[in-house]
Design a protein around this ligand. Structure first.
Ligand SMILES: [Zn+2]
Length: 203
């Protein structure tokens, strides 16, 4: 199990967009810390610096609301000071000011979340699972089989490159993983790694 950590800095009002961005990222073998889930309402985000210290990459969701948020600006500054790679997910290029200027980001297109999630996964993959470490593949999704009472762990290993995954998505294809115990097959969207459907073998 990998212990890569992803910290997500975002404005309080952007919980829904954060959820749609990270739904499938959470299934990868990373610890995903979302700022809002770590803070009780009304409490300061000061203690999140500990989380930022431990993380391998910080994703900043830069919406209009976030651009002027003091906590987000502090968290970005802190990540920069610690040398933590930052991946901005932005709606408008002009919101990428200060430390974020010149950093390669991911365009947030609410009309095309598949492409947005795909681009985010591509960036995270290049930060966290660089090519070359093929002996320890860490780009996989592991989950318990939910066919009947099976419960066996199933692993979807992703060995295709991102370009190939997008091509499969474009052609309406899926990537799949089989349960060794009961033979159930799980299909995923190659671009977003979102779960699509389960096939169970005929009894
Ligand atoms: Zn099973």
């Amino acid at each position: 199990m990998s212990d890569e950590r992803v910290f997500v800095s975002h404005a309080p009002g952007d919980v829904d967009v954060v959820e749609s961005l990270f739904r499938s990222v959470r299934n990868l073998p990373f610890d995903v810390h979302v700022a809002a889930e770590e803070v009780e309402p009304g409490r300061s985000r000061e203690h999140l610096k500990g989380r930022l210290n431990e993380c391998d990459v910080t994703v900043v969701v830069v919406t209009k609301a976030a651009a002027s948020n003091q906590w987000i600006n502090q968290e970005i500054g802190y990540a920069v000071a610690r040398g933590v790679p930052i991946v901005p997910v932005f709606e408008r290029q002009e919101d990428l000011g200060g430390y974020l200027r010149g950093i390669d980001g991911v365009a947030l297109d609410r009309e095309s979340m598949d492409a947005t999630v795909f681009n985010l996964l591509s960036r995270l993959r290049s930060e966290l699972a660089p090519l070359g470490s093929l002996s320890t593949p860490k780009w996989y999704v592991r989950f318990p089989c939910n066919a009947g009472s099976c419960g066996e762990p199933v692993t979807l290993t992703i060995d295709q490159r991102q370009k190939e995954l997008w091509r499969l998505h474009d052609h309406g294809r899926t990537v799949h993983a089989d349960c060794d115990e009961c033979g159930a097959r799980y299909h995923f969207d190659p671009a977003t790694l979102g779960f699509l459907q389960r096939e169970t073998p005929n009894q």
